[in-house]
Design a protein around this ligand. Structure first.
Ligand code: PGA
Length: 261
């Protein structure tokens, strides 16, 4: 059985002080759950992606929970080291306790002009890090969706982004399907439309690559109000939550509803 994923992307929010306050509330609630339920009953993995500056602090706090709470970076650069002022390598985030890295988030693609080719190099860098799994983000904008071009568009993002793994046996991959028009807009995808895209993405990946464990998660305006319906769909293996993850109580509620599915 695949473990479902409930991931928090804090984006450019929270200092170390904020992180400490956040987890004081969040872990208190998790401990409450833990007392009521056997921990093995949690059929879900929690992932936190704080800013680079709080990776170590977050790692310190979640270490006792590492059996089901994991750490991710929001990005990396594709090179291992060298004269790349302001950039962060895979070894650096690994040394902070990360086992995942988000790659190709639409904010990176749109604001920082990251190309599919660069994203492909970053995917290669993550796998070269050893023991690390990328969370590759893909998704169409509204114009493409209106023309019903989302499948072709996302297939191309996947083909270029995953070029490195062609012909290789890869132990695990997470793809986050995040339609750009649904991110931060309060307009999530309809669960049936999400299910259709997730089915398309997994079929494409399974037929083109050799991956031990593939999980396709959804991101874009996930809240307590829509989590149950989304997680009820067979091809939706989890969620990547932005805005609604910033409040520990609301994110805990999302996790509880997702894990209970
Ligand atoms: P959102 O962001 O939940 O605020 O829409 C999701 C994301 O960008 O990963």
């Amino acid at each position: 059985m695949k473990k479902k994923i409930v991931a928090a992307n804090f984006k450019m929010n929270k200092t170390d002080e904020d992180i400490k306050k956040y987890f004081a509330v969040f872990l208190d609630r998790i401990n409450g759950l833990r007392n009521k339920t056997s921990f093995n009953d949690f059929d879900a993995e929690l992932i936190f992606a704080p800013p680079f500056t709080s990776l170590s602090e977050t790692h310190k706090i979640i270490e006792p929970y590492m059996d089901f709470i994991k750490l991710s970076s929001q990005n990396i650069y594709s090179e291992k080291s060298g004269a790349y002022t302001g950039e962060i390598s895979i070894d650096m985030i690994k040394s902070c306790g990360c086992v995942y890295s988000i790659i190709g988030h639409s904010e990176r693609r749109n604001i920082f002009k990251e190309s599919d080719e660069l994203i492909g190099k970053k995917i290669e860098a993550v796998y070269s890090g050893g023991g690390m799994t990328p969370i590759l983000c893909v998704g169409e904008n509204l114009e493409i969706r209106k023309q019903n071009g989302q499948e072709k568009f996302v297939e191309n993002q996947l083909a270029v982004g995953l070029n490195y793994i062609k012909g290789r046996n890869i132990p695990s991959l997470i793809v986050a399907y995040e339609p750009v028009w649904a991110i931060g807009t309060g307009m999530p995808i309809k669960a049936d439309d999400g299910e259709a895209m997730h089915g398309f993405i997994s079929d494409y990946i399974i037929s083109s690559f050799s991956i031990g464990e593939l999980r396709v998660i959804y991101g874009g305006s996930v809240t307590e109000a829509n989590i149950k319906e989304l997680m009820g769909k067979p091809h939706i293996d989890g969620v990547l939550v932005g805005g609604a993850s910033l409040d520990p109580q609301s994110f805990h509620n999302i996790f509880k509803l997702a894990a209970a599915q």
